[in-house]
Unconditional design. Structure first.
Length: 208
């Protein structure tokens, strides 16, 4: 807890220490519930890093992160989205499948960052759970129809469309209904955001 409170101590270093000594893990869960914002967010970042490097270490705590999806604190919510996405690869009890609707329900959130976290994790989830490929693809295709309303602007939506293209690219080979995805990407050739347009061009070039 003391290390978590030190500004100069990096989350990456704490994560490494916890992976080497799992007995320290309970301290991170105490930290993420701390009233001290520095400790809380350092603990959250550390747990996210651990979920990327050692999924099995955190799987028994997956329910904790599922409950964190309801957090009013956006950073903790984003952490939960990321950690759950990472733990999909070791989800032997199919806990992700049971919260699929809730997880992808965040695609209709007004926050571009919240939506972005779900999209960014979709590729790894699809690869970890091939049986959910078509359901995930169907959800990502809906991004094109997300209504723009403050604070979600058209430019925000254009960024999200680019993220969706990147996500499709990570698991395109396992998609059955490739035509819908190709059509989706082709429509982004006219996207007003150049970065998204370039992503569409590269995606299609690789599959021509």
């Amino acid at each position: 807890m003391e290390e978590l409170g030190k500004k100069e101590v990096k989350a990456e270093d704490i994560a490494k220490n916890v992976i080497e000594d799992p007995d320290l893990l309970p301290e991170l869960f105490k930290g993420i519930s701390s009233e001290n914002s520095r400790i809380r967010f350092k603990a959250a970042k550390t747990l996210r890093i651990i979920s990327e490097r050692n999924q099995k270490m955190l799987y028994s705590k997956m329910d904790f992160f599922i409950n964190l999806l309801d957090s009013k604190n956006r950073i903790l919510k984003w952490t939960a989205i990321d950690v759950i996405g990472n733990l999909a690869s070791v989800d032997s009890e199919n806990k992700f499948d049971k919260i699929f609707k809730e997880y992808y329900g965040f695609l209709s959130a007004a926050s571009m960052i919240t939506v972005g976290h779900v999209i960014d994790n979709s590729g790894k989830v699809a690869k970890a759970k091939p049986h959910l490929t078509e359901k995930i693809t169907s959800e990502l295709l809906k991004i094109e129809k997300i209504p723009t309303k403050p604070p979600l602007t058209q430019e925000c939506k254009n960024i999200l469309l680019g993220k969706a293209i990147s996500a499709f690219g990570t698991y395109f080979n396992q998609i059955d209904n490739k035509d819908d995805v190709i059509s989706f990407v082709k429509r982004q050739l006219n996207n007003t955001r150049n970065a998204t347009k370039v992503k569409a061009e590269k995606f299609l070039k690789m599959r021509s």
